[in-house]
Ligand binder design. Structure first.
Ligand code: SAM
Length: 282
């Protein structure tokens, strides 16, 4: 192609992908990330914020948008030559793609909690609550729940488990900064399901489709959920994509039902049968 034609085409392609003047609003996770990244890199916080904003503007719609999703898909496809998502390679693939995933995880929103939420209602008046968040990502769901329960005067312990990539290092820093009583478990090929704690709430959101043997994970979760406790796990089928290694969760759905969990009124929220706690009124 003639260089005079190539240049306008490149400019057109760049304009369709990038949005250099997009307004970027930082949420509290972004703010903490910029502080952590400034410390990590030994740069000023202002420079760290500027870099984050530049990164966000590099793809139309920012790290949350569909252009970023396409960017991640292309990256998965380009680098699959080094690591695929087979049982033996998937751990390496998570390390390979850790920074793309980290930025995507940072774009997740924190949910709002109130006393009518089925998880809060199911806890009744339990004074001391242990939450396990497996495949936690940046744990927006469990962190916000832990903060809500603490604000209500309960004692809360949060255990987070994930593959030890950069986002888990940041999460440990963040939990310490937020003053949450927490423990971190690293999931590795040698110990894919590390020892967990008996818990009142087990969270495994957007997780089961990522593992090759979801039923084994459900069994491990069931062993630690206390009678009357809550499990939060997406059991609907997922679209086929890289790292969705178990997109069909039919066996997992049947297994959870056989373990004696009943739906709590919202998709993916289930209560374990048991007498330890009054059943929630749903
Ligand atoms: C789509 S993200 C969901 C993150 C989080 N649960 C949420 O809802 O925000 C999937 C998460 O599962 C983690 N993950 C994938 N395979 C895993 C494994 N075998 N053991 C532990 N974590 C895993 C990934 O690192 C990632 O953080």
């Amino acid at each position: 192609m003639h260089p005079r034609i190539r240049k306008p085409l490149l400019q057109l392609a760049r304009r369709s992908i990038q949005d250099p003047s997009a307004s970027v609003v930082l949420n509290r996770y972004h703010e903490h990330f910029c502080t952590w990244n400034a410390e990590r890199l030994g740069i000023s916080r202002e420079e760290s914020v500027e870099r984050f904003i530049r990164s966000s503007r590099s793809v139309r719609g920012g790290h949350r948008g569909s252009a970023f999703r396409v960017f991640a898909e292309v990256s998965h496809s380009v680098f699959e030559v080094f690591a695929g998502d087979t049982p033996s390679e998937v751990w390496e693939a998570y390390r390979l793609h850790e920074k793309v995933h980290f930025l995507r995880l940072l774009s997740y929103r924190e949910p709002q909690w109130d006393n009518s939420h089925p998880v809060v209602a199911a806890l009744g008046d339990t004074a001391s609550v242990t939450i396990v968040d497996f495949g936690c990502g940046l744990a927006q769901y469990s962190v916000s729940l832990a903060e809500k329960l603490s604000a209500d005067g309960r004692e809360v312990k949060l255990l987070v488990a994930d593959i030890p990539t950069l986002h888990l290092t940041f999460l440990a820093w963040l939990l310490a900064r937020l003053g949450i009583d927490f423990e971190v478990r690293e999931c590795t090929p040698e110990a894919p399901i590390p020892e967990l704690l008996p818990c009142d709430v087990l969270i495994a959101r957007e997780f089961l489709e990522h593992v090759h043997r979801p039923v084994e994970y459900l069994d491990a979760f069931d062993r630690v959920v206390k009678p009357g406790g809550v499990m939060i796990a997406d059991l609907s089928d997922h679209r086929h994509e890289f790292m969705h290694v178990s997109p069909n969760l039919e066996a997992a759905r049947r297994h959870v039902a056989s373990l004696g969990y009943t739906p709590l009124g919202r998709p993916g929220i289930m209560q374990k049968l048991g007498a330890a706690r009054e059943r929630a009124p749903f």
